[in-house]
Each structure stands twice: as C-alpha cells, then as structure tokens.
Design a protein around this ligand. Structure first.
Ligand SMILES: [Fe+2]
Length: 237
C-alpha cells in the first residue's frame, strides 16, 4: 500500500511544526517506514498575520534547507494550510499557496464555522473568484460538517473535498462520528497533520488506514489513495 500525506508540518522552523532539520528527517523516515512515498508540506499560512510574499519567501528558504536531507524514495511537493480570514480576498491570486502546480488548496477555517449563511457564501465567493478547489482541512473540527452529511454532499457538488487527520481514527469515539461519512465516500483524504515527534507525531499513520479498511472496507482506503494521488499528480506535473 503506497500512501500519500497531504497535510503535515514537516518543514523545519517554519511554523509550530518541526523544530529542526534533524526532526524533519526523523518525521519523514517515520512516514516512509509506513509506506508513505508522497508527502506535501503544508505549513500554516495565517492570512491575517503575514503577507503571501513573506510567507512564500520563508517557505522557500525552509524548503531549501531541508531539500538535501530528504530521504531517497520520498517525493515531496509544497503547499500551505491556509487560514481563511476576510483578508484573503486582498490577494490577486491564491495559486502560489495551492498544492504545487495544481489549483487544489488546503483551507482551514475558525473552529466553530457553521458553513451556513455568510461563511457558506464566503466559501462560494472564494471558489468563484480564485478558481480554486478547496480541500477542507481536518473537518472533525467542525461539528456542523460532521453532523450534517447533506452539507458535505452539497459542498462536494461544488468540487470541495474533505480531509481528516489520521490520529482521529485511532480513537473509537471520533471514528464512530465519521464512520458513515467515510463509508459513503464523503471524506476524500487522510493527512497526518504531523507537527513533531511527541504529541502530534506521525508514527501511527498507517494504523489509521488499516483500521478504516477493517471497519469499513478496503475499497474505502483505495478511494482515499486514489483521490490523494490525483492531488499529488496535479501538484507535481
Ligand atoms: Fe495542520
């Protein structure tokens, strides 16, 4: 099983993720040992705190530092976990913070976002104005999404995709919450969202896939790999 990780904080000294090249390499090896061969680096981009230019410059220099140390056999691409605020609309384009060359963009919204009314309209404006394909990061953080498959179905109709964190599947209570969603293909990606080697570590990444296959069906896991491959291929072509 060749796995993809589309959400992690492995770039050294970039955000609240990896603190050093040494830690980054350990995180990459931890993922590789579990069969992860394709990894997208998605550092936090806080749209209200930093200009896109500054963010991109920092990301590039952190990447240059890590690049010679990336273990053989791992393919990587650059992305961002874009925190959505009104200020995002000041940008002419969002393409530079999409996954590589693609127009898929990993978006993070405030915790209690309802995705109704104004937040729903905002998301629609974002898609139309910038021609991007949102990947909603760790949707387990939004009760409104987890409890409402109809909302996910509706948003899927606009090309929006949904990501959850691997660690959420390791807890029975959270798994139960989205068992139906994943079973019916409403969750498209699993990410490690790994930040370090202690608390938000990537060492049980594959275990999540094995659990999903066991508790739903291997087809569900194949679907996740298929969707992830599509993003990675578009990002790196
Ligand atoms: Fe993250």
């Amino acid at each position: 099983m060749e796995l993809y990780d589309l959400h992690c904080h492995i770039l050294p000294e970039m955000d609240d993720g990896s603190e050093s090249v040494e830690m980054s390499v350990k995180m990459l090896n931890t993922l590789a040992e579990q069969g992860v061969r394709h990894i997208c680096f998605t550092p936090h981009y806080y749209t209200h705190k930093e200009s896109m230019e500054d963010f991109l410059e920092r990301r590039q220099s952190c990447y240059e530092i890590l690049k010679p140390h990336i273990p053989e056999g791992i393919e990587v691409c650059l992305g961002a976990e874009v925190y959505v605020t009104d200020i995002i609309m000041n940008n002419k384009s969002l393409k530079p913070v999409c996954y590589g060359n693609s127009n898929y963009i990993l978006l993070e919204f405030p915790y209690n976002t309802s995705f109704e009314g104004t937040s729903y309209d905002f998301l629609m404006r974002l898609i139309n104005l910038y021609n991007v394909r949102p990947v909603m990061a760790h949707i387990e953080r939004y009760d409104a999404m987890i409890r409402n498959p109809k909302l996910l179905e509706d948003l899927s109709g606009y090309g929006i995709k949904f990501q959850t964190n691997a660690n959420s599947y390791l807890e029975r209570s959270t798994f139960r919450k989205f068992k139906k969603l994943i079973k019916y293909g409403l969750i498209h990606y699993i990410g490690s969202d790994a930040h370090n080697l202690q608390r938000y570590q990537p060492d049980r990444y594959k275990e999540a896939f094995d659990l999903i296959a066991k508790k739903t069906s291997p087809d569900v896991v194949n679907g996740i790999i298929h969707y992830s491959k599509k993003v990675f291929d578009a990002a790196t072509n």
